[in-house]
Every structure is written in structure tokens, then in C-alpha cells.
Design a protein around this ligand. Structure first.
Ligand code: SF4
Ligand SMILES: [Zn+2]
Length: 315
């Protein structure tokens, strides 16, 4: 079998994505419009999990701070990552020196009992759960086909996890469809604020990269969805409360993969990649804010002009 598991490294994070038959919602035809994690013919065996884990951890040379565990859908979904795989994985993770371990999963698969069982087997590690909420507006989530989250349920779960000292990371999308640029900024900023209000420790921003096989890419090709600008991500960060900036992480900012990436031009493209690289390395909210403000004050380019005109015209 060709192993299509993959791992990513960002600064002090190692993310391991084990191949699986795919997200249950995708398989039921209820997948989200921006998502193309894909699916394999079968799940891994426990032995393959062991091998891929060792290979990923052994070849990782960064600071062993955060380990993110993923499959193509939800790592805690036994249909994708059977119990025997989870057993092996937890045993392997316990033997590493990563401080923080994040399980990326649909929230309905997490119970307090399960969370406690996992933590009991990972002594000395901060256990976190990562949920792809994307937006706290149910109406906005519908616009990307994400109908599998009930706010009242997930907020209750977050409160309970919080009370018991578990970590929570919420993923927020930047560049929702059927919205003006201003509305996209407002939706993302409000989703960041609400995530922290509901008890998240961290938020990961996902500027939309258009991926093959997604409805958003179809809409883009039909001209009904506009590719997001790098300036939109900067605008969202600068419009968010400054004191949150040390707890905001960036996902794909156009620096890898063959997707259609957020827009940049010859003048700003590499500068943005340097900016996001520096942002990831800086630790404090003040340092990050100064970095962003300095970039904003000192960079002018064609795509900034287009971004500003689009924002003023409110389209
Ligand atoms: S975003 Fe998450 S829930 Fe939606 S289709 Fe992708 S893996 Fe499934
Ligand atoms: Zn530009």
C-alpha cells in the first residue's frame, strides 16, 4: 500500500496526519465546501501507525513543544482511527518529550470521560482538543456546508473541558463566501473573540486556500467566489484585540502545497512569507503587533491597492 500519511513542521510544532478512509461527513456527502483532506482505500494498521509515528518524530529536528495528531477527518473517530491504533499512538506519544499534545477531531467525539482517560495515559503533558468551528455564526457555517456543529453543544463541552484543565484550540476560516471583504474581516474577528470568550486557549486562522475537488474551487472558476488576499489576513490580525495575538496561530498562508493560494504580487509575495515566518517565531502579543504594524506601514503594492478599493466599495 502506498502510505499517504504526511507530516508538517512549523517552528515548534510537529503535525502528523495519519491516512484514513476520510471524514465521515465527506463520505456521507455532507463535507465542508473548502475541505479536501481526501480519503485512502483503508485505514492504517497499528503497526503502520507505529512506523509512521517513529519516522515522523525521528526526522523532526525542531523544538519539541507541540505535537498535533490528525487523520483526514477526526483522530478520535474509531471508524477512521480504530481503537487499536489509538492505543499504539498514545503509548508512543507518552514516550516523547513534547509538552503539548493536540487531538484534532469533531467535537461530538469528545466526552469528559474520554478526555480524562487520554490524559491519565499522558502524564506531564498538556492535552488539548482542536475543533474546526470555522465561524461562530451558524448562518455563515451553512454557507460553507458545515451543518454538523450545534453552538450550544460545543460551547457546553468547551466549558467542561476548560473547568477540568484541558486545552482547546479553535480553527477559524478567513475569507468566507457570499460576503464582502468587510464582512469577512468582521466574521473572522468576531469568531476569534468568541472562541476566547468560550474558553479556547488558542485559535488557528486558516486563510482559504482553494483546493482541488472542492465546491469553493468550483465557485471560484464560475466567478462567484473571489480568491482571498494576503492583505485580508493581515487586516484580520490587525483588527483583532491586540492582547490575543500571542494566542493566534497561522495555518497555510500560501507557503506550501499546489493549491490556489491567497493573492499576493511580485512586490509583496515573498515579504508576506517572511512576515508570517517571523510572526510564528515571535512570542508576545506586543512583538507580534509591532511586526504587523511595521509591515503595514512600510509595504505598498498593487494587490494592496486592489484590496483597499474592494473594501471601500464594500464588495
Ligand atoms: S472540514 Fe472537517 S468536518 Fe468538514 S469535511 Fe473537512 S474534515 Fe470533515
Ligand atoms: Zn501585493
Amino acid at each position: 500500500m502506498q502510505d499517504i500519511s504526511r507530516s508538517f513542521v512549523t517552528h515548534d510544532h510537529l503535525q502528523i496526519v495519519f491516512q484514513s478512509i476520510g471524514c465521515r461527513f465527506q463520505l456521507e456527502g455532507r463535507g465542508c465546501y473548502m475541505c479536501s483532506y481526501g480519503h485512502a482505500e483503508r485505514n492504517l494498521t497499528p503497526e503502520e501507525v507505529r512506523e509512521y509515528f517513529d519516522k515522523s518524530v525521528d526526522s523532526y529536528v525542531g523544538e519539541r513543544h507541540v505535537l498535533v495528531l490528525d487523520v483526514f477527518g477526526s483522530i478520535l473517530d474509531e471508524a477512521e482511527f480504530p481503537l487499536a491504533n489509538r492505543e499504539v499512538l498514545i503509548e508512543k506519544v507518552a514516550a516523547t518529550d513534547f509538552h503539548v499534545v493536540i487531538f484534532e477531531t469533531h467535537y461530538t467525539l469528545v466526552s469528559i470521560d474520554l478526555a480524562e482517560q487520554i490524559r491519565a495515559r499522558l502524564p506531564g503533558k498538556f492535552v488539548k482538543f482542536e475543533f474546526g468551528v470555522e465561524s461562530w455564526s451558524e448562518r455563515v457555517r451553512e454557507s460553507i456546508g458545515k451543518t454538523t456543529i450545534v453552538n450550544a453543544e460545543i460551547i457546553t463541552l468547551m466549558r467542561k473541558l476548560n473547568e477540568r484543565g484541558f486545552g482547546i484550540c479553535i480553527n477559524v476560516l478567513v475569507g468566507m463566501p457570499n460576503m464582502s471583504v468587510r464582512e469577512q474581516v468582521c466574521d473572522a474577528v468576531s469568531s476569534i473573540e468568541r472562541s476566547f470568550d468560550y474558553g479556547a486557549n488558542t485559535v488557528v486562522l486558516f486563510p482559504i486556500n482553494l483546493k482541488k475537488g472542492t465546491k469553493l474551487l468550483e465557485w471560484y472558476e464560475l466567478g462567484t467566489y473571489q480568491q482571498v488576499s494576503q492583505w485580508l489576513l493581515l487586516d484580520v490580525l490587525l483588527s483583532s484585540p491586540k492582547y490575543y495575538l500571542d494566542r493566534v496561530y497561522l495555518s497555510y498562508t500560501g507557503d506550501k502545497g499546489s493549491d490556489i493560494k491567497p493573492i499576493s504580487c511580485n512586490e509583496c509575495g515573498s515579504k508576506f512569507q517572511d512576515l508570517w515566518g517571523d510572526f510564528r517565531v515571535l512570542r508576545t502579543a506586543d512583538e507580534r503587533y509591532e511586526l504587523l504594524c511595521g509591515f503595514r506601514a512600510n509595504t505598498r503594492c498593487d494587490c494592496l491597492d486592489i484590496y483597499e478599493k474592494t473594501k471601500v466599495a464594500n464588495i
